[in-house]
Design a protein around this ligand. Sequence first.
Ligand code: ASP
Length: 322
Amino acid sequence: MKKILLIHTGGTIAMEENKATGGVNTKEIHPLEATIAELSDIAEITVKNYVNLPSPHITPSHMLELANFISVQTESDQYDGIVITHGTDTLEETAYVLDLVLQTSIPVIVTGAMRSSNEHGSDGPYNLISSVRVACEEQSLGKGVLVVFNDEIHAAKNVTKTHTSNIATFQSPQYGPIGIVTKRGVLFHHTPLKSSSFHVKKFSKNVILLKAYAGMDGSLIKAATNAADGVVIEALGQGNLPPATVPALQELIAKGVQVVLVSRCFNGIAQDIYSYEGGGKHLKELGAIFSNGLNGQKARLKLMIALENMSDPNQLQQLFLE
Ligand code: ASP
């Protein structure tokens, strides 16, 4: 029987609703205990109650510490797979950091729930069972970190939370899931390309995320000039910015702050196409780096990780093309 390490980090999957107030909060006894007992005919489960945090409390440092914890736990090859339960708000970010830094080839699955343990149609137990089934699958090996939710399997790089409350919240815009969980088995229909992995001991760089909008001026970008080592901007369309942002952007780049552009469109890739003032081609000439399809929050984490390893803009541009 496969040995699976189950790591709890908190989130709605670990919470219950107070029927009097309607508030949802953490519970002392983990509500998945009964489900874990039911899993005994699928896998041998070892449980670690790592932390119990709502995921808006999770920071990039927590993500790196979790990666280190997983590395230590898997050092002696005693597990065949890892399942992590996590709040859904920042789940995609933790999954992506783990994907970028973990060296293990055993399946690593991240899951959660949209409905807490005592709400009607609570999805936590089902998502946990699906995740353990995926973690036990030979085909899940070497696919990087996966997010299993609502019968779908998504690559950490592409998945994002798309709905505030629907249980089908996790989607991979443009690419779709890489597999599905059915009543009889687990079916993969795509294999993600393996991207580079990085050694990072701690995060020491401040990278901020800004979103462009019609009529944006340079004030937010200016504020970043002395505060940030890197700035990710969710630019307009193909990767363009309003012209009033350009002087501040030039100053930012001249100060050595790395600027990565993604698109605020959730499909497609930001590229240097338009040559008008503030157009992508112009921004590229000024030194902006274009990212190959990541969303803003993931490009930010990638830049944080990259800046721990390199500072040359050409090298960074190459990395963001991967
Ligand atoms: N706000 C919760 C959290 O991210 C939502 C969830 O778990 O689904 O912890």
